[in-house]
Ligand binder design. Structure first.
Ligand SMILES: Cc1ncc(COP(=O)(O)O)c(C=O)c1O
Length: 389
């Protein structure tokens, strides 16, 4: 079996530079305290920002949908028939996003890798923020368009690249709305102004803004008071919505084109009915319960202030994502392990998820964390600080 020996060599190489990832067993639901490998720890690494994946109404909707429709979709939406739960969900999404229509995909990753090749191809230019999510990077690769990366949130750089872009047939600017590993918000109004001046399209990935930003939880576009029909909005149902799936919200023509051209839509099985029903129930709660967002941001502020008081340096995040940058992957992993012994699960994030030299702990708060859980996290961080910092 020597032709497979390279697998061991590659694995060892990853371990030596502190980049070997390992799975841990979670033996409970993603609430503020979880059972991790048999031990209770407070969870500060979940994207279940509003706690909706365990909301009784969401669970009841999922159970009911399973009873009515069974567990699986049994085929692709075009071939095996489109479950009516999709129609309800897509119309709810379009409403909250302020667009004509929406289309749900199997995941956010699939939504990005599906839409980008539909919007841009050979002869077109994609301008992509340096800190965009991997699914955007992969979507750009699949598109075969020319890609240029602009420095993170740097409008001057974006402007320069746009002013040099007129030989290309179409221009697409793509950005995270809330940056997944940094927690800052893209300057979307300014990006849209630049796009309008240079006849470019804008695609915003609102994975971490949806449900969280805006009075109704509509996300980054609502946060900036922009008109939904000027921007193509991508998002996911796997984070604040607490379910699974990605979506694109935009014009009716865009959605019809995606139904006909997006390979990640056409050539895969639909989502389980329980997931669609859960997302629908969660959307109702998101729109009717602004207190969840208030509580989330109040927790984020409290944790951020306390960690800075202890002595940690945090990136200037404006959201529920609080990055403590530590440098090398080994250092980030050691501190994460040490926190775990204090009963705090705050996973280390290492390259390629973040640029080299910026390995970090990415803390995420949930609206459903209790005060005691937040205090436990602060105490854990305070206790490991003298050992490493
Ligand atoms: C910014 C961003 N876009 C897209 C995705 C992919 O979403 P999903 O997990 O639903 O595939 C993620 C998730 O990690 C993300 O952080």
């Amino acid at each position: 079996m020597h032709n497979y020996n390279w697998l061991d060599t590659e694995r060892e190489a990853l371990e030596q530079v502190g980049l070997l990832r390992q799975l841990r067993n979670v033996m409970s639901a993603p609430t503020g305290t979880i059972n991790l490998d048999g031990r209770d720890v407070v969870l500060f690494g979940s994207n279940n920002y509003l706690g909706l994946s365990t909301h009784p109404k969401v669970i009841a909707a999922a159970v009911q949908a399973t009873r009515t429709f069974g567990t699986g979709a049994s085929g692709s939406r075009l071939i095996s028939g489109n479950n009516e739960l999709y129609t309800i969900l897509e119309s709810n999404l379009a409403e909250v996003k302020g667009t004509e229509a929406a289309l749900v995909f199997s995941s956010g990753y699939v939504a990005n890798t599906s839409i980008i090749p539909v919007l841009a191809g050979e002869g077109d230019l994609i301008l992509s923020d340096a800190l965009n999510h991997a699914s955007i990077i992969d979507g750009c690769r699949l598109s075969r368009a020319t890609k240029k990366v602009y420095q993170h949130c740097d409008l001057e750089h974006l402007k320069t690249l746009l002013s040099e872009s007129h030989a290309f047939q179409r221009r697409l600017i793509v950005t995270d709305g809330v940056f997944s590993m940094d927690g800052d918000i893209a300057p979307l109004s300014d990006i849209c102004d630049l796009a309008a001046r240079h006849d470019a399209m804008v695609l915003v990935d609102d994975a971490h803004g949806f449900g969280v930003l805006g009075a109704d939880g509509g996300g980054t576009v609502e946060h900036f008071g922009l008109e939904g029909d000027k921007i193509i909005q991508m998002g996911t149902l796997s984070k604040a919505v607490g379910a699974l799936g990605g979506y694109i919200a935009g014009s009716r023509s865009l959605i019809e084109l995606l139904i006909n051209r997006a390979r990640g839509f056409i050539f895969t099985t639909g989502l389980p009915p329980a997931t669609l029903a859960a997302a629908n129930a969660a959307l109702d709660i998101i729109r009717s319960t602004p207190e969840l967002r208030q509580r989330l941001f109040s927790h984020a502020k409290c944790l951020k202030t306390a960690l800075i008081d202890v002595g940690y340096t945090l990136l200037p995040s404006e959201t529920q994502i609080l990055p403590v940058v530590l440098g090398s992957p080994q250092r980030a992993t050691r501190i994460a392990e040490s926190l775990l012994t204090e009963g705090v699960f705050a996973p280390a994030i290492r390259p390629p998820a973040v640029p080299s030299g910026t390995s970090r702990l990415r803390l995420t708060v949930m609206a459903t964390h209790t005060e005691a859980e937040i205090q436990q996290a602060i105490a854990g961080f305070a206790s490991v600080f003298p050992k490493f910092c």
